[in-house]
Write a protein that binds this ligand. Sequence first.
Ligand code: BES
Ligand code: ZN
Ligand code: ZN
Length: 469
Amino acid sequence: MKIELINKESINDKKNLTLKLITPQRLTKAKFKRTLDKAGFKAEQDTLCPMHGKSLLFCGLEEHSDENIRTAAATVAKAIKGFEYKTLSIAVDKTSLRPIIEGLILGGYEFNTYKSNPKKMKIKKIYLSCDDVKELGALFEETIVIAEATCFTRDIVNTAPDDMHPETLAKLAKKLARDNKLECNILDEKALKKEKCGAILAVGRASRHESKLIHIAYKPQNAKKRIALIGKGLTYDSGGLSLKPAASMVTMKMDKAGACAVLGIIKAVSELKLDIEVHAFVGAVENMIGGDAYKPDDVLVSRKGDTIEVRNTDAEGRLVLADVLDYAQDKVKEPDYLFDFATLTGACMVALGQYTTGVMGHSNRLRHNLSKAAGAAGELTASLPFNKHLKKQLKSEIADICNISNKPYGGAITAGLFLDNFIKDENKEKWLHFDIAGSAYTESPWDVNVHGATGAGVRFMTQFLKSLK
Ligand code: BES
Ligand code: ZN
Ligand code: ZN
């Protein structure tokens, strides 16, 4: 399916379907009101009324807002899959262009890699007709790049864990670097030993796949800012010896969603040619069981040098991130911002629901700016505040820190505070942690998301990076 921006013209072709987004208010004056009345169409949000005799499709819109237009376009993208038209045309303007593209691309997304006979969509082209292609051209291109980067992230997350393990994820990152002219350095286990990444190595030890630390960088000339992005890349999280219950293990291929988001973001930033230096770091590891698995009671020595008492091998993401965060802070000198993305805790979902990304960090201003960017990008975020009392819950009797809290409450925040232990003093105010445990994956559709990965983080972070001057 290709989307093209064209100057306003009515396409007089029986094989073209014209979409009309219509509010209840506009419906009262609509040209085909009587026919629409007969069909019982009230222009309620996301309701559809096809008029095939006229090659028209009406979709209801409660009122004009980005969110409503986005979900309406997503509804249309799904509905037209069975239609026999060759093209679809939609009139757009400055305000509706972006949500329409997002709804079409993200709402129409399908992951068909494992389907023997995926249904082919008959509509091959979507025309977005506007008053002035020149005026909207840049916004059009930019929106497509970001939506496609989101789908790129979704595709990787959705790939089965036996096909997307640390080694294949590293290969994929290498290809992305080659395609987008990015620098790329991949640390294998030998290199991780040299780097003293004791935490990463312990988590990955029972896997038949070698753990990898992936670093790719986009370095434009005269960059105005320098950003480090860090992603949790657990290509599978069985829980390790603290084994997950069977039902909780299903979907744990999504535990690499932070890593995939980071790859999607650097893809978007490099294609948009933003004037900022971006480094993406990924800890690609598989958390498995076996005779050589790391265990509760182990004490790990992290790259930073702090010792970590393991009391639960299912709290593995923070262990991997401890080493990756430390490595990233050594490699990226004086970063302006440091952001990590991780499907870190079930507790984040308990706190915020499964649609909202949890945002943690020390700088209120930075959290505020991020939430503004997320609002503009159409992603849900909410702050979870740190406090010194919760920090004390990570105290270990035998090592420097414990990998789980000694109390059952505030689990998303204590996980964030564990990461905080590995943030250097000079970077405290520049760092934010995003817990995407709920928002990264869904088994029932919501907003522009379909079954599977959502690509959480890609849109809001790209929006934030775009806004940096
Ligand atoms: N990957 C999980 C978190 C998760 C759970 C993500 C559900 C998405 C959906 C993480 O590694 C984990 O298992 N965390 C534990 C931490 C606990 C042992 C302190 C959790 O949330 O139960
Ligand atoms: Zn886990
Ligand atoms: Zn995990």
